[in-house]
Design a protein around this ligand. Sequence first.
Ligand code: PLP
Length: 378
Amino acid sequence: MSEASFVFGEKPIQIESGQGVTLTGSRGTDYLDFGASYACTPLGHSHPTVTEAVQEQAAELTYVQGSYPVEARTELYDRLAALAPGDCEKVWLCNSGTEANEAALKFARHATGRSKIVATMQAFHGRTMGALAATWKDEYKEGFGPLAGDVEFVPYGDEEAISEAVDEETAAVILEPIQGEGGVNPAPAGYLQHVRDVTDEAGAAFIADEIQTGIGRTGDLWAVEGEGVDPDIVTAAKGIANGLPMGATMVKPWIAEDPGNHGSTFSGGPVPCAAANATLETLVADDVPAHARDVGAAFRESLEGLAAETDTIRDVRGRGLMVGVEVKTGANAVLRDLAIEHGVLALPAGRTVVRFLPPLTVTEEHCQRVVDALHATL
Ligand SMILES: *Cc1c(COP(=O)(O)O)cnc(C)c1O
């Protein structure tokens, strides 16, 4: 631990290495990573294909600015255009989720000539000024204002509220197809299509923040695809380069900017691009999303079985390998016990939800170990 660190509350476990689903601590202890990598390693830690792509690219060309085409970036633009939902075929690359959303909000305002943003209660979209303004929790915002104005929050999943909030002054609705930080809250059936209809009618952009749900996590490459919904803007980050910093804002042609209107020095750096190409190619070739769907369904079924057996679980939610378990005892005590007593690392989502975001390559055996650990803990 470093005395100089002030942003993160550091955990008492120093991680030395990672392979697949396993993280190894400095005392030689192995941990099952069901959350420590925050959805950023869909293929597992130190995946050989990604590692090789990174090493080769770093040796050949580590960086050149985005105006000079390089093969890795061109390949990634084309790959994302082909893989993006619907016609979101214009791609902006950046380094993180919040930057991807920041760009999405800017692009939507510019394309519509409007400023109002509609976001949802419990939403999380990032920590920079614009994305933070569309984030719900006051805890994240207190003392940092004034933030970008003109954001209206509506209850997530409430069709009537969104119909009322979206009008001719609305630039965009931004939401997560399944709220992550907010408690693993899947959109109710029909809600996303309703948002699509309402934004279409008002001429507003529909931004799907797939930073946590995307890249196969929910059993489809994109959660909106699983719902058959076609947004104007989709943002991705976290797992897109299997652990290297990368974000992407994919937009329909009517949203796309003229060159020069937005930018970032590190946009589409060759090394993260090489990592993203290797990640996405492997993910698609091995049909990892289908694996996530099947293993995730079995995992949730076991968890529901456990919920029926004990009276300490209030709810099991999610899709694919984005899973939330609402516990009556408070999430932090459970997480601590899982880590220290059972070597299972997971995440909170609010005070009462234990969230699992493992690599998408986990097996049913890994999941069963987590269910057994949770059983013992509860
Ligand atoms: C993590 C996350 C973000 C922010 O991404 P950063 O890379 O941390 O900036 C935004 N939206 C959602 C849904 C996220 O899960």
